[in-house]
Design a protein. Sequence first.
Length: 292
Amino acid sequence: MCCDGKIRRKPGYHSSYCGTQAINARTFMCCRGTIQRIPSYMSACCGHLAYDATLKMCCGGKIQPIPAAISFCCGTRAYDAEQYLCCDGTLQHIPAAKSACCGTRAFNAESLMCCGGGTIQPIPAAISFCCGTRAYDAQQYLCCDGTLQHIPADKSACCGTRAFNAESLMCCGGKIRPIPAAISFCCGTRAYDAQQYLCCDGTLQHILADKSACCGTRAFDIQQFMCCGGTIQPIPSSISSCCRTRAYDAQQYVCCDGTIQNKPSGSPACCGTKAYDARTYRCCQGRVRLSC
């Protein structure tokens, strides 16, 4: 058989190898390449050492006596889980029937809560939450960007560090604004009536028609105009396209490298800024030729 890259004679019944050495598997065991005498019928390895798993346990590479029926490890220490909690690697006595950890400390979770990962606070009400390191009554306060604010109305919300009545106000870009209409949105820090205005690149514009859209900071009627490269252009035909900032009739013209050209018959194609019929001509290094 092959052991650690070397061919060895296959051991007999109840025999094995530890690295390159043959061992009697009834008496010895292999722990990370180290031969160890089997200490009991229930044995295990802890690093390079063997131990009796009925009496001891391995914690962080250290063999420790089993302290109780329900035991766990806290770093390299074994502990009675009915008496202690392991809080961030520190053993703490269980203070109450319902307990928890807050950083390296244990606390009574019936009357206290942990805020900010390390601050123990009294539970202020039946529905409580944390705001940074402070506990608060969620029926009385809102936590707005780490600042506690009294709830001003039944329907409330936060705007930065302030609370507001969300029935009549709205938050736009960190500013509290009156709700102007039934359908309202924000345009930067301004609130607007979405049935009367459009927000075009942060600029409010009156809606010009039933079907309006934005082109840069301006609004336009999409039934009569189109937006080409940020420029509003009249729609030239039923089939129209943009050639950079210009609109053109796509039935009559083609756009070749930003230049509008008459549409050739047959199979229109572009060769640089020139249009040609690809059935008859070829584009050869930017020039239209009968053949290349």
